[in-house]
Write a protein that binds this ligand. Structure first.
Ligand SMILES: O=c1ccn([C@@H]2O[C@H](COP(=O)(O)O)[C@@H](O)[C@H]2O)c(=O)[nH]1
Length: 296
């Protein structure tokens, strides 16, 4: 463990107890920059992202910058991402960098250094990882995260309908997604109050794979009926649940999808909150309204 930093599971449990479980995504879509009256340039990106940090990082439990929208501006965009990471930290939100990395172990070690080591300018409190080169290939990241009080969120059952053809495929009597759940659960066994190995399970994943979601505004086609079909009872770790709002999932559906695992779920929304900017108070109020609806 890094000097003075508690485990990610402990830090997350504390901030969720103080602020509720909402995660807000910082996804600077070019169309949102335009809607906010900003140029689609690195300067516009910076104004957008730092407004989000100022409005939200003192309020919500987790901020989730989506790396792709920063990378799209090249090195200038990555520099903005570094500022987001640095400026969100003192405001109290944990920062989950949505970057979905996964590679052979030797390369994974370099990704781990980039996002999970104390000295890196891109270090976040947690990152999203893809297990599709094998869960074991993620070992360097799992090890460094545990050693520095950071966390990971491994893709299990993603919010998009296309994910089901791979993730719900059955091998050895269980789905691929369930195998990811079981690997994460094994890593978290015995951790208190919560393990550091989280999962990504879309808020949209209930019911029959591929059935279109009636409320989806972006055509993601995710299905919203029924439970996730996963046994999450032994996970002992956090679950990031993207898909709230723009992808059609509602707060009411979270209980159906996650059942008793809901207690460890971080519902996540990006566009549905961000479209309320650029006014900082309106943006903050939008996030707080969603946050409060989760606590009812
Ligand atoms: O299964 C997944 C994993 C990640 N995401 C990411 O979350 C946000 C969702 O944005 P909205 O605007 O709320 O739809 C985005 O960054 C995705 O890349 C996901 O949607 N589903």
């Amino acid at each position: 463990m890094s000097a003075g930093r508690a485990s990610f599971g402990a830090r997350l449990a504390q901030v969720v107890a103080e602020r509720g479980p909402l995660c807000v995504g910082v996804d600077p879509h070019p169309s949102l920059l335009t809607d906010w009256g900003l140029p689609v340039t690195a300067g516009g990106l910076e104004r957008f992202a730092l407004t989000c940090v100022e409005a939200l990082a003192g309020q919500v439990a987790v901020l989730k910058p989506q790396s792709a929208f920063f990378e799209a501006f090249g090195s200038a965009g990555v520099a903005v991402l570094e500022r987001v990471l640095a400026e969100a930290r003192p405001a109290g939100a944990l920062v989950l960098l949505d970057v979905k990395r996964g590679d052979i172990g030797s390369t994974m070690a370099a990704y781990a250094t980039a996002y999970l080591s104390d000295d890196s300018p891109l270090a976040a409190d947690a990152v999203t990882l893809s297990p599709y080169l094998g869960f074991g290939a993620l070992e360097p990241a799992l090890e460094l995260a545990a050693g520095t009080g950071r966390g990971v969120f491994v893709l299990a059952l993603t919010s998009n309908a296309e994910g089901a053809s791979v993730q719900r495929a059955v091998a050895g009597g269980r789905s691929v997604a369930q195998a990811v759940v079981d690997e994460a659960a094994a890593r978290n066994a015995g951790a208190r109050p919560l393990g550091d190995v989280g999962l990504v399970v879309g808020a949209t994943v209930g019911g029959v794979p591929g059935k279109p979601a009636s409320g989806s505004v972006d055509g993601s086609g995710a299905s919203l009926e029924g439970g996730s079909g996963l046994d999450l009872s032994r996970l002992n770790g956090p679950i990031l649940a993207p898909g709230l709002g723009a992808q059609g999932a509602t707060v009411a559906q979270l209980r159906t999808v996650f059942g008793s695992a809901l207690v460890n779920v971080l519902p996540s929304s990006s566009r549905d909150v961000l479209r309320r900017g650029p006014d900082m108070r309106t943006l903050r109020d939008a996030a707080l309204t969603v946050r409060d609806s989760l606590l009812l």
